[in-house]
Design a protein around this ligand. Structure first.
Ligand SMILES: [Zn+2]
Ligand SMILES: [Zn+2]
Length: 437
């Protein structure tokens, strides 16, 4: 994704202390998708100095305005800036949002958007802004649906705006009690989510909880069953688990592990001694991808949902109570002289349905949580063998994979999903090595 590449470039430039390159890359990312780009706090000083020394530099202006609006500060100079650089789509967008959100003048925003859309007819964020403007004075109107369709026509299938457009329509039909249309649009939204890149999932939007509850009511399904159904088709889940299994396959041989020289655990450096009962509970939703540091004084409670891979660290996938998932990388697992034995031992702990509590989780921003050693975690293995490895459903007796006997399923359907979609076949033979009686 181009956005992430530009953000990485900006970070690189930050490390090399190259403010010019930083604002250039950051401004590019902001123009691509200002809603998902968050300017990290540690850029603040650089951007302030930059705007002071080069008040007329377009890229610096773009970064500065994005940082300020993100911090809730709207400056009257946004409109001035866009008049100075009428060819910049981001400044046009900011001006429209300034009128709409800060000035609360939907009519003025609408007029402005209509005008700048003539210059940037394909700029999806402006098209989205138009929808917001129309919505704030009259949803009961042809223009509203037309503006939604205009955005749908302008963006590719994997744009996060596609599901949102369908859900906006669904919300409208919900409000006028047109049940059939509501279900149709909501399901179109669900289908569109499947085409999203994994970094945009799970898909969240304002009011999604209400809409989801209504949908469940209409199709008479309870929430737990619905979440289990969604796990079977969630593209992010499919991606992260398949990827983990690909890694698994490339790191085991007939003895269970390819020879490797592990990095030595760093004694004493990564220890955690505080009182766990005082830690604040957080979920994956509370972790900001732009905050590249440990969440001190916090605890993340999750469930391991895949097998462990031993590279130099331990890799697996975890799921929190909301059903959100992320990669987990465990560093500094203590090793003895007998690595094979260590790995077999660790395989008993790092496996589906084991609960893991992580103190001070470290989020790298790359869909990955890092744990720096055993002092930061506690495990609860009592749930092993009680839940389906695919959908998480509890069952008294679970089916097991006929070959490895390690993977457990609530139904033939889940077995099939695991074998094909989640690539169980690739690891099945090797998994047998870790079967314990
Ligand atoms: Zn299942
Ligand atoms: Zn198997």
């Amino acid at each position: 994704m181009e956005i992430w590449k530009n953000l990485d470039d900006a970070m690189e430039a930050f490390k090399k202390n190259d403010p010019e390159k930083l604002v250039k890359s950051l401004a590019k990312a902001i123009r691509l998708h200002s809603r998902i780009v968050e300017v990290p706090d540690f850029y603040k000083q650089i951007l302030e100095e930059r705007i002071e020394s080069y008040p007329n530099d377009l890229d610096s202006l773009v970064c500065y305005i994005q940082m300020e609006t993100q911090r809730g500060i709207w400056r009257e100079n946004i409109s001035k800036a866009s008049a100075q650089f009428p060819e910049d789509e981001y400044l046009a967008l900011s001006t429209a949002l300034f009128l709409l959100i800060y000035k609360k003048d939907a009519k003025a925003a609408m007029n402005y958007v209509e005008r700048v859309l003539k210059i940037f007819p394909e700029y999806e964020h402006l098209l989205y802004c138009k929808i917001l403007a129309v919505k704030s004075f009259d949803v009961n109107n042809d223009v509203y649906f037309k503006s939604i369709d205009a955005l749908l026509a302008a963006v590719p299938d994997d744009s996060p705006y596609v599901p949102e457009c369908h859900y906006l329509k669904a919300a409208y039909y919900c409000s006028i009690e047109n049940k059939l249309k509501f279900i149709e649009c909501y399901e179109a939204g669900l289908a569109a989510e499947k085409k999203q890149l994994s970094c945009f999932l799970p898909f969240r939007f304002k009011g999604c909880g209400l809409l989801e509850n209504r949908y469940l009511k209409e199709i008479s399904m309870d929430k737990k069953a619905y979440q289990q159904e969604r796990k079977k088709i969630d593209p992010k889940r499919k991606f992260l688990i398949s990827e983990n299994r690909q890694l698994f396959k490339s790191h085991v041989d007939e003895n269970g592990v390819k020879p490797f020289t592990p990095s030595q655990p760093l004694q004493g450096r990564y220890t955690y001694k505080n009182d766990w009962s005082t830690l604040k509970k957080i979920t994956l939703k509370d972790m900001n991808p732009m905050k590249l540091e440990a969440y001190k004084e916090c605890i993340l409670e999750a469930k391991i949902i895949d097998w462990a891979v031993f590279e130099y660290c331990i890799h697996t996938v975890i799921e929190d109570e909301n059903g959100d998932i992320q990669r987990l990388t465990f560093k500094n697992w203590a090793l003895s002289d007998d690595i094979k034995k260590d790995i077999k031992q660790a395989m008993k702990i790092f496996r589906p349905n084991v609960k893991i509590s992580i103190a001070c989780p470290y989020y790298t921003g790359n869909e990955e949580i890092i744990v720096f050693g055993s002092d930061f975690v506690s495990f609860d293995t009592s749930m092993i063998d009680k839940f389906c490895h695919v959908c998480g459903k509890e069952a008294k007796s679970l089916l097991s994979c006929s070959n490895c006997k390690m993977a457990l399923y609530c139904s033939k359907e889940c077995e099939k999903i695991d074998q094909t979609d989640f690539k169980h076949k690739e690891i099945c033979e090797n998994l047998k090595i870790f079967k314990t009686a």
